[in-house]
Design a protein around this ligand. Sequence first.
Ligand code: ASP
Length: 439
Amino acid sequence: MQMKVVKFGGSSLADADHFRQVASIIKADPCRHYVVASAPGKRFSADIKVTDMLYRCYDMIRSREDITDYYQQIKDRYNGIIADLGLNFDIDGELEYVKNAMTHASGRDYAASRGEYLNSLILAKYLGFAFIDAENVIFFKDNGSFDAERTQVAMREELKKYEYAVIPGFYGIMPNGTIKTFSRGGSDVTGSIVAAAANADLYENWTDVSGFMMADPRIVDKPCSIETITYRELRELSYMGAGVLHEDAIFPVRAAGIPINIRNTNAPEDAGTMIVATTASYDADRVITGVAGRKGFSVINIEKDMMNAEVGFTRRILDVLEDHEVSFEHIPSGVDTLSVIVPTAPLDDAKKEKLLAAITRRTRPDSVVIEDGLAMIAVVGRAMVKAKGTAARVFNSLAQAGINIRMIDQGSSELNIIIGVEESDYEAAINAIYKEFIC
Ligand code: ASP
């Protein structure tokens, strides 16, 4: 029999109706052995996620405000779910314990983590599954990084004890015994870790959309969804993945060769998107798997005659970036020019001045300037390698739409074409490329 690990996000566990839906999904397939749960998410757009309420409690305690009334709302959410499900389960002792622990100087991560802890207790009870506390099976190192080896051993041992279990997402434990969380959305990472330890055949990640779209639906009207995408394509489209799957969630399962299936709790009949290591199949009519991008980039343009003959020139530029803790996205270059694309947000005017001064000192260029207002677009597709004329189609579609291309970079794997355009052209560019390939 297959082994599946399933993770349900906050919107899938926001209220009792969703709990019922989740239970019916789990019970419909006996292969769904291990369930990773998030904290209750938003029930309607103006609602507040329990995780955010817990962060707020923590901040209130730090500023010596009384949290009694505010915390009551959190109690009400959990007790509301229990009552509505008709569960015979008293969670008040746990809720009181958490309140006391938060008040008595436990950390910010502890406070935030209780959202998944309490929700998982309820879900385990409702499903009749065992409860495995993440603090016994997910470990971090002293420096705060995830301890994969220790986690793998402990998680394996613990999972062996139970045929079916619920594990809270988002958190684990530090060597000194304090609770630490992954970054926001980190239950996806927990799910991936559990899937790898369970040697699962499939990691199902249940959320509120039916997988990835070929383009951002806020920009393109009703874009098609992606049936299958490789891990590498997804990395190239990582601008797009944001919001659906935590970036770090692919690593544990990818290493173990386990595919991820993004599914929609509100439309379980939809196949969703499969994320796989490799696949020979692709849709020959489409060529591209997706197009995604982001605004908010700057370009550092450096010019110097005979730059190409100067050994170590690029290294000196990269040294300067490293010294100033600036990470770069792309470095397209010409014979006498080099451009470095960097995110704009971490660069205030003072930092820009320092960067320019340091580059001038280290490389004596003919000119160096920083320009803001660039948007980066990634056109990604495993079929591009086989299809002739893809780049021409991309550039033509932009030309036809009257869009000026500021930068081009094609990865040597021919999996992607990266284009820089003015921020004001961004939406039009995404639409032009999408329409060129998908009619
Ligand atoms: N509840 C956490 C958050 O809101 C973690 C998660 O849902 O994955 O970020």
